[in-house]
Design a protein around this ligand. Structure first.
Ligand code: V47
Length: 372
């Protein structure tokens, strides 16, 4: 470990190397170290332990059945009110048609995250999932953030477990990680005062895991949160993962500054810079020692930074997406979708082994390195 010059950092590095868990204070030290090469190397070692030379991606489609939402999160550029320009609200048949127009053979994951529609009954979501499964048997439905599930339960005047059981019976296989934002109450009060509190988000995931529905977890960074609040966020996830083991991946979401009140209030015109993205991914890889994967979400950090992030702890780059809306309406500069070939090349050119997976991280195909 002579490559770590600072003695305090070296102590943490030795712990990590021995497979020991870092404390919140040590996590903060990792966030603050000026020795970025050491941080990168450490995250790389942890990454290798989890994924070897493999980098995962999925042939997926993004879908939002509605952007009608009255929750009023300040970072959001996606939500609309009824009748507002740019609003959409598909019934089940319209949703199936929308997917049919974009479906490509070989796609395995349909990722659904939407607004909190104030009126749709539980039956609508159940029918949506089952009609999609009926029409596209090869598509695994990974749908509804924990915040949406809590909202659906509230509108249906029932509990979260009942909602999840019905959705699972209809064909839901996994849940995305959105709605987590930053768990700290101070931050939530500023950026998402009407969204479900951290405890509810975590309870929904616990219930999903108990019912055999694996999930992801996100963290929206680069706005008003402190580094200690990022660590607190990851600490709460690490604890839940110790209990349930139900998380598949952790996805840091770089805050996009267009078309939302939070960016205007903060005077932000740019997303976090490349080194902030990379540092954050590396700390996450080291801190969340019980998460199988850290995702470099190319839609927010750009495909170029996602490629570099493979050396900073990332073992998954999400997927083709096709038509991502949530972060693009907030100004994301990346394309709305990438082809499978582009993803394979992005990974292979960084020196890693591209592995196509399904929504549950089952391997579909290892793409052999091409002859030079
Ligand atoms: O929770 C909204 C975020 C999330 C902005 O599980 C923004 O595999 C940046 O759930 N800048 C939804 N982010 C997206 C989501 C997701 C994304 C990628 C992978 C997975 C997964 C899940 O989008 C929301 C919110 O945190 N978001 N506005 C914005 N301005």
């Amino acid at each position: 470990m002579r490559w770590v010059r600072d003695p305090e950092l070296r102590r943490v590095a030795e712990k990590v190397d021995a497979g020991e868990r870092v404390s919140p204070e040590e996590g903060l030290l990792l966030y603050q170290t000026p020795d970025l090469p050491a941080l990168m190397r450490l995250a790389q070692r942890v990454r290798a332990r989890h994924a070897g030379e493999k980098v995962y991606f999925v042939h997926s489609l993004r879908f939002s059945q509605t952007n009608i939402c009255y929750v009023g999160c300040k970072f959001c550029a996606f939500a609309r009110r009824f009748g507002e320009e740019g609003a959409w609200d598909y019934d089940v048949d319209e949703a199936v048609d929308w997917i049919a127009e974009r479906y490509q053979p070989g796609m395995t994951e349909l990722h659904i995250a939407s607004g909190h529609h104030p009126k749709r009954p539980l039956g609508y979501y159940v029918e949506l999932v089952s009609k999609i499964r009926e029409r596209f048997p090869g598509l695994q439905v990974k749908a509804f953030t924990a915040a949406e599930i809590a909202h659906i339960a509230k509108v249906a005047k029932t509990d979260v477990a009942a909602v999840l059981k019905e959705l699972k019976a209809a064909g839901l296989v996994a849940m995305p990680g959105g709605g987590a934002e930053i768990f700290a109450e101070r931050v939530r009060r500023i950026i998402a005062p009407s969204k479900v509190p951290a405890e509810v988000w975590l309870a929904v995931h616990r219930t999903a895991h108990d019912l055999g529905i694996p999930t992801n977890a996100t963290m929206l960074y680069g706005h008003v949160e402190t580094l200690a609040e990022r660590i607190d966020h990851m600490e709460r996830l690490r604890r839940l993962q110790d209990e349930t083991g139900g998380f598949m991946s952790f996805i840091p979401l770089a805050f996009q500054p267009d078309g939302n009140p939070l960016a205007r209030e903060l005077g932000k015109t740019q997303p976090p810079d490349a080194l902030e993205d990379l540092r954050n991914l590396a700390v996450a890889r080291i801190y969340l020692d019980n998460f199988p994967h850290i995702k470099g979400y190319w839609a927010t950090i750009t495909p170029a930074i996602a490629q570099v992030s493979l050396d900073w702890g990332v073992s998954d780059i999400d997927g083709t997406l096709v038509e991502e809306k949530i972060v693009h309406m907030a100004g994301a500069r990346a394309p709305e979708g990438l082809s499978k070939t582009e993803l394979v090349d992005l990974i292979a050119r960084a020196g890693y082994l591209p592995v196509e997976r399904d929504a549950l991280y089952r391997e579909i195909r290892v793409h052999a390195p091409r002859a030079a």
